[in-house]
Design a protein around this ligand. Structure first.
Ligand code: TYM
Length: 335
């Protein structure tokens, strides 16, 4: 059975983009893979996080993942900081990856923005830690949204260079799993920008814990153009906001852009937005209710994450120890 790894940052409330682009696909993969799901708190601190908020958001993220259908018994759910192997392998990868490779990462450029000199060193080597997350488990399939494609290519470059430099065939090639009509959900305020939990405007996104009224209002206010919906997919070219809403509708109904347009083509945005808001409320309300229920028992939640971290470490520790041996470390026993 192939091993799957994926992660999500606890840097805010998960959005509809996280759900449709990633989490939903995680749940499907559980049927026929061995899966590790990780709340990546080490990644989150590459940008400043208030400590109390980070703690709360890490637990909220874990609860949300469980509410979405992540199975912590047959699979593994854990916090990245709970398994030392991630940081240990990341250091080795910091010494394998080339500065030239990191300089090409578009996400670093986006996140560092104009004030690059002031970005943390962690933000720069972020993709090396991500490669370590995956390779510490010899995972071969990684379900993500489209924005992570470049990072996964880098993870393969790092594995190949490690194997080449040390004359081994140790780290396998990984295959990105990027699925569905909502692999890149866009901002509700600007169809050319990704929907993101860190966008300063709350109106730009649907949060998985938004209540019904908030969802309806955000969808009603979502930017659109004055034309009715086209009846063919070609008609969505150059209409990023329309394309985005149709993609969201398609993902929520497990169809594609073409079938949504067959049903709603010719319609104005008013009725389409009402239908979309109803659909969102129907899908998200149970998730948010279950998340709140799980957050009501913090000890039980922490026990799930504790057991997940122990089971994850049991897989990663021997792999990372072997990588250390290949590098030439003597390998003292750790107390
Ligand atoms: P993060 O926390 O930004 O996002 C988690 C997952 O959600 C996807 N996603 C989206 N998909 C579609 N449309 C969007 N607007 C959207 N926004 C986010 C992301 O592609 C991702 O799959 N670096 C990763 C976390 C990570 C990771 C890993 C992933 C750390 N280590 C190892 C895979 C494997 C990140 O910041 O995701």
């Amino acid at each position: 059975m192939q091993r799957v790894f994926s992660g999500i940052q606890p840097s805010g409330i998960p959005t509809l983009g996280n759900y449709l682009g990633a989490i939903r696909n995680w749940v499907t993969l559980q049927d026929n893979h061995e899966c590790l799901w990780c709340v990546v708190d080490l990644h989150a601190i590459t940008a400043w996080q208030d400590p109390a908020a980070l703690r709360r958001q890490s637990l909220e993220m874990a609860a949300t993942l469980l509410a979405c259908g992540v199975d912590p018994v047959n699979h593994i759910l854990f916090l990245q900081s709970g398994v030392r192997a991630h940081a240990q392998l990341a250091w080795i990868f910091n010494c394998v990856a080339r500065l030239g490779w990191l300089n090409r990462m578009t996400q670093f450029k986006d996140k560092a923005g104009k004030d690059r000199e002031n970005a943390s060193a962690g933000l720069y080597v972020y993709p090396n830690l991500m490669a370590a997350d995956i390779h510490a488990y010899h995972a071969t399939r990684v379900p993500v949204g489209d924005d992570q494609r470049q990072h996964l290519e880098l993870a393969n470059d790092i594995a190949q260079k490690f194997n080449h430099d040390y004359g081994v065939d140790f780290f396998p090639n990984i295959e990105p799993v990027i699925l569905g009509p909502a692999a890149r959900v866009m901002s509700l305020r600007d169809g050319t920008k990704k929907m993101s939990k860190s966008d300063p405007s709350d109106q730009s996104r649907i949060n998985l814990n938004d209540d019904a009224d908030t969802i309806a209002l955000k969808i009603r206010r979502a930017k659109t153009d004055p034309l009715p919906l086209p009846s063919e997919v070609d008609g969505l070219a150059d209409r990023p906001e329309a394309r985005n809403l149709v993609g969201i509708y398609a993902a929520l109904t497990d169809t594609d852009h073409a079938s949504v347009l067959r049903a709603h083509g010719g319609q104005g945005f008013g009725p389409f937005k009402n239908a979309l808001a109803d659909l969102l409320v129907q899908k998200l309300a149970p998730i948010s209710a279950e998340t709140n229920r799980l957050l009501g028992d913090e000890n039980a939640l922490i026990a799930i994450l504790q057991s997940g971290a122990e089971r994850a470490a049991a897989i990663a520790d021997p792999i990372v120890s072997e990588a250390e041996r290949l590098v030439g470390f003597v390998g003292l026993r750790r107390g």
